[in-house]
Design a protein around this ligand. Sequence first.
Ligand code: AMP
Ligand code: ZN
Length: 151
Amino acid sequence: MISEQECIFCKIVRGEIPSKKIYEDHDVIAFLDINPANPGHCLVVPKKHSETISDTDDEVLEKAIVVTKKLATVVKEKLNADGVNIVQNNGRHAGQLVSHIHFHIIPRFPDDKVLITYQRVQMDENALNEMQKKLTEEGKKESRSDWDMRF
Ligand code: AMP
Ligand code: ZN
């Protein structure tokens, strides 16, 4: 686990390293990705350090997703994009390189070269039923009342 002292996005939040800032409020910052998938690729980053979506306070996530929505709309309109992808990676094998939660906003244009893809696995009716059971049973083991309400 990386410390807030070493974390590259915490350093950007603290102003210790430069960024091309697009938006900032009390809780959230957004800046251009240094290695963009397309021009206009932005990152929305909660100022409070946490690593993954599961580690992040609900209140922080709520603020970050609303900024993501607003900035995605601005990016799409100002760049005359056809659409936007919102990408959020958690964990090394999910492609997370920076261990500080962030949302990617990637503007999309006709015939661009961005690939956001995955191969599908085969699951028959039985396997889908088993998976549903596994996820709902494990959900019920959680003590959080807001989770229990779903089932
Ligand atoms: P992820 O793979 O979801 O962790 O994405 C991390 C993103 O952070 C990548 O798209 C990087 O290009 C971007 N990135 C890394 N360092 C910086 C930086 N100093 N300023 C802006 N973007 C950065
Ligand atoms: Zn951090």
